[in-house]
Design a protein around this ligand. Structure first.
Ligand code: ADP
Length: 486
């Protein structure tokens, strides 16, 4: 099939989280199954810098004006390939809109114009496709940023040669970011007024792009089976639970995979030493070198706990902060890598100043360091309030680092908590209630079990033996694409 991927993030070119990882890896797995695929992303400053750093010259395919009802903004179509593949990667460039510090940043000092610039990007995806002459059988849109594509397809886009045979598939990577805006923004999309309705883009008087994506796509997916169940409930549906219930079996959950080309402890170039099941000495070196790199004393028998995360409420930092000192006092060392809410950044740095001998906090985004943390730590803490899939715990499992997680969303699908009786299958530790005390208890139990080196080796081996490669999930997406054409 001819598949068009439209996304705000593509790893390693520009990413803030799991969306980028998925859109960098899934196209490769689909290509391996024999599909023709192109990926279109905005030409973010982060992307520009990545190409410059890596000496990649993009081909300038076209420069065209784009004019519609209320706006005009030029589009420059740039072409390269997804790194390490033959998959065309199209960058839709307009510097006024995307040459910014952050992928989702407003213009410095300016108002939040994210709805406008991503609406432009949706149109740019369509124009780019027409310009390069790609005939899409599937438009695969991701999250609210590209949620207008199903609406555009529904509203007559099939008259365009590039989209004559197209069907829309929409994937929700996080139900809590919906692209909500004031009703006045609707005019900006250039859509017929029939799309300003509760069965399209209107939601209680506001524009809701994700709602439109869900209702107008032929098939809708999210990134784990358990999250697909959860978002059908008012507790997790973020106001759109009724909408996903409404579409019935057009909605399904497919577990994300991991890119084992980038994430493989046996070959990972970011690590000081490599390791694999049965040959774990390299992991000890990784722990020692990580401690050294960050100025912590190396202690073989002390559990080293890692966190790699956006510092936001979703990831459970309000649960971590009250008990972090207790966890350290109970005999752990800890490393936190993340950035996000200023409040959490400050609080974590305050704690790091108090616990200089046991805690390191690195504020920022550092992919290479993230690799070394997954490899060098004994435990990974991931107490998410909700978690659509979660990739960190999968990287940790793959690198022999035992996760301690809150049992929610995709964490339920990927971590088997040790309960004292299931050492044949257990891969981590879990807790259910979103309470600091329960997080502390689960971490403390994990630390206690860390002392039992035979059990620990079994837990590590169980996790490392799991198959999180994309191949199986890519076949599930194939099925979804087929269903979209039925
Ligand atoms: P989400 O998409 O909600 O942030 P996921 O677990 O799906 O969470 O994906 C997170 C991805 O982002 C992982 O690849 C993780 O390693 C990466 N990541 C998150 N924060 C950082 C950071 N500060 N530095 C480097 N990588 C990070």
């Amino acid at each position: 099939m001819n598949i068009l991927f439209a996304t705000a993030e593509v790893s390693p070119v520009a990413k803030t989280g799991g969306l980028g990882d998925v859109c960098g890896a899934l196209p490769k797995a689909l290509r391996a199954l024999g599909h023709d695929i192109i990926v279109v992303m905005p030409y973010h400053r982060q992307a520009k810098e990545w190409f410059q750093r890596n000496g990649v010259e993009l081909e300038r395919v076209a420069h065209v004006p784009m004019v519609w009802d209320h706006w005009s903004a030029d589009l420059t179509v740039l072409r390269t390939v997804l790194p390490g593949t033959d998959i065309p990667l199209i960058c839709a460039a307009n510097d006024a809109l995307f040459d910014r510090d952050g992928i989702y940043a407003a213009r410095a000092g300016g108002p939040d114009d994210s709805i406008e610039r991503f609406a432009w990007f949706n149109r740019a995806v369509i124009r780019s496709c027409e310009i390069i002459g790609f005939s899409a059988e599937i438009i695969h849109a991701h999250d609210w940023h590209t949620a207008l594509l199903p609406a555009y397809l529904d509203s007559g886009l099939r008259r365009s040669e590039s989209f004559r045979f197209a069907r829309a598939v929409y994937t929700i990577h996080n139900m809590n970011y919906q692209g909500v805006a004031a009703a006045s923004k609707f005019d900006f999309f250039g859509l017929h007024s029939r799309y300003w309705a509760p069965d399209a883009l209107e939601h209680f008087g506001d524009v809701n792009l994700m709602k439109g994506g869900i209702l107008l796509a032929d098939q809708v997916t999210t990134v784990s089976p358990n999250y697909a169940r959860e978002v059908r409930t008012p507790e997790h549906g973020a106001g759109l639970d009724g909408v996903v219930r409404h579409i019935g079996d057009r909605f399904s959950g497919i577990l994300n995979g991991i890119d084992t080309g980038e994430w493989n402890p046996a070959t990972d170039e970011h690590l000081p030493a490599n390791f694999e099941p049965g040959k774990m000495h390299g992991k000890t070196i990784c722990k020692r070198m990580l401690a050294k790199e960050l100025g912590l004393k190396y202690k073989a028998k002390t559990p080293l706990i890692g966190i790699v995360s956006r510092l936001v409420e979703q990831k459970g930092f309000q649960l971590v902060l009250p008990v972090l000192s207790d966890i350290l006092r109970a005999g752990a060392q800890m490393i936190v890598l993340g950035h996000g809410d200023a409040y959490y950044e400050e609080k974590l740095e305050e704690l790091a100043a108090v616990h200089g001998d046991a805690l390191r906090v690195m504020i920022g985004f550092d992919n290479a360091l993230a690799h070394r943390i997954y490899a060098g730590c004994d435990l990974l803490l991931m107490p998410s309030m909700y978690e659509p899939c979660g990739l960190n715990q999968m990287y940790a499992l793959h690198y022999g680092t035992v996760p301690v997680v809150r049992m929610t969303g995709g964490l339920v699908d990927t971590v088997v908590p040790f309960d004292g009786t299931n050492r044949e299958t257990a891969t981590g530790f879990g807790f259910a209630n979103a309470a600091s005390g329960d997080l502390y208890t689960a971490t403390w139990i994990a630390m206690l079990n860390f002392k039992d080196s035979r059990l620990w080796k079994t837990l590590q081996a169980n996790g490392m033996a799991l198959d999180f490669s994309w191949d199986r999930s890519a076949r599930r997406y194939e099925e979804v694409y087929r269903r979209a054409h039925e």
